[in-house]
Design a protein around this ligand. Structure first.
Ligand SMILES: [Zn+2]
Length: 499
């Protein structure tokens, strides 16, 4: 048996000013992973590609990895970059001889030239090869367009947010594909959506309503009623027509039941729509509340959640950090500010040296009415790191991670992590390799929304959500939506499903 595998993954924040050129899809900014090197990189890791490789190995299949192109969230994908990695996949399909195709896609990729990157890839594959069975593993944040479903035989989505079941999702999709190849499974797929844009801060699977929705999907799969049942919360910061919540259910040759399960998920989600909204507290009050909670000891987590780079944030807005400094919170780790120039200045000065730096706010954010300002800070360069580590837990155990050259500036009260690559703080080890023990810190301030719960969440005694500034704002009123279908909840709060 010969299987073709590929990853093409990007969550596009159409409001983000962060450019998405080819280099962003390359490991270390230089190498686009493919072939044996890609298989070696992902084998035995907690990733979708890791799951596909495991399924293929169990089946004794010969594999080819066309490409593993994966980039942190940012603005629309550069058209040339898309054509390059999409072309690597379609060229491999055209070469022929495949028994099955396993795709690891995100589901919320918008390209300069297309609203629906994944649908475009699948449409092109089907134009070359109408017959070879295809399975796709999608992220829970997929904004599902028709082409993403009708051009695949099996579709499966994650059940957890933070996403700790990426590998399991691909294993579910991959094993179903083997069933199709063997003629033992005849997939029937139903899908649909309701017009709603769940707030990301209300999408976690630790809470109602998504916890309940995902539990339904998992129970149907466990009982065998569904081959794969997926509830996609969608990614609201992609201003594209199909942004928002949807469901896809695959059964073994039972279209009516697939449709029934889709309708049950959508009705549940719509009826629970208020649970998918988020209330904002003024920043000054949040930081004051955090300061008070810190009097009882370590474990107060402050979430600078308007500027999460894993949702397309610039990761360089300074407003939450400025307020932490102004209110004199003591014993803080702040992870982090993306500022490659500041990292260079810190590295130039050297460990132990006193420096005064102007950090952050270097990227304009035209999508917002008001931006951030650079922050002048003085302190000692405490740590310089090349930023390499192998993940032991959290989101993708086993994966080799490159944070880029990283500096820690110690102001006395606050240890500020200065970054030269966009990376979301999720795991304790990201701080430990910088010589910071987060468990001992009174305050852990992070530019994260939900993924931090995968590992840093173990240290949280209290959680304070801080409304800073950024292009993944939880205040939809700060953004101008032009392309998403209307009416849609909660942009049109009084709408009903019947218009
Ligand atoms: Zn996601």
């Amino acid at each position: 048996m010969r299987l073709l595998l590929a990853t093409m993954s990007h969550e596009t924040n159409t409001f983000s000013p962060v450019p998405t050129k080819l280099a962003r899809f390359c490991r270390d900014g230089t190498t686009l992973l493919k072939g044996e090197a890609a298989a070696d990189f992902y084998r035995n890791t907690g990733t979708c590609m890791g799951g596909y490789l495991q399924v293929a190995a169990e089946a004794g299949a010969a594999i080819t990895v066309a490409v593993c192109a994966s980039a942190p969230p940012s603005g629309r994908v550069d058209a040339e970059a898309f054509e390059l990695f999409c072309g690597l996949i379609t060229d491999a399909v055209a070469a022929g001889g495949w028994d099955g195709i396993m795709l690891d896609l995100h589901g919320a990729m918008a390209v300069e030239t297309f609203e629906d990157g994944e649908g475009e890839l699948l449409r092109r594959i089907r134009a070359i090869d109408r017959a070879t069975p295809i399975c796709v593993a999608y992220d829970m944040h997929a904004n599902v367009f028709a082409d993403m479903v009708v051009n695949a035989d099996v579709v499966a989505g994650y059940h957890t947010y933070p996403h700790i079941d990426m590998k399991e999702t691909a294993i579910r999709a991959g094993r179903a594909l083997l069933g199709v190849i063997a003629g033992k499974l005849k997939p029937s797929t139903a899908w649909g959506g309701v017009p709603m844009l769940p707030h990301v801060m209300a999408q976690g699977t630790h809470m109602f309503p998504n916890k309940d929705l995902q539990a339904k999907c998992a129970a149907w799969e466990a009982s065998g009623r569904a081959v794969a049942a997926s509830l996609f919360v969608g990614f609201p910061h992609a201003d594209v027509p199909m942004a928002g919540l949807s469901a896809v259910v695959v059964t073994d040759n039972n279209p009516a039941d697939a449709q029934a399960m889709v309708e049950e998920l959508l009705a549940f989600a719509w009826n629970a729509r208020e649970g998918f909204t988020f209330q904002i507290e003024p920043l000054e009050e949040s930081v004051a509340r955090a300061k008070m909670l810190g009097e009882a000891g370590p474990g107060v987590v402050l979430l600078d959640h308007f500027d999460n780079c894993a949702s397309g944030g610039t990761m360089d807005t300074t407003d939450v950090l400025r307020e932490i400094i102004r209110q004199e919170l003591d014993d803080v780790v702040f992870f982090g500010i993306y500022d490659p120039d500041a990292v260079k200045q810190a590295a130039g000065a050297g460990i132990g040296q006193e420096v005064e730096l102007e950090i952050g706010a270097k990227l304009d954010m035209p999508a917002l009415q008001s931006g951030s300002r650079p922050l002048r800070v003085a302190g000692k360069v405490r740590t310089l790191s090349a930023g390499y580590y192998r993940a032991t837990g959290g989101l993708s155990p086993g994966l080799q991670v490159y944070m880029g050259t990283t500096a820690v500036l110690d102001t006395g009260r606050v240890q500020i992590v200065l970054l030269s690559r966009h990376i979301e703080p999720t795991a304790q080890e990201m701080m430990r390799i910088l010589g910071i023990d987060p468990a001992a810190k009174r305050f852990i301030a992070i530019k994260s929304r939900v993924h931090w719960r995968a590992d840093l969440g173990k240290l949280a005694r209290e959680i304070v959500e801080c409304a800073g500034v950024g292009v993944c704002t939880s205040d939809y009123g700060q953004l101008t939506f032009r392309n998403v279908r209307r009416p849609i909840y909660p942009l049109d709060p009084e709408m009903t499903l019947n218009g």
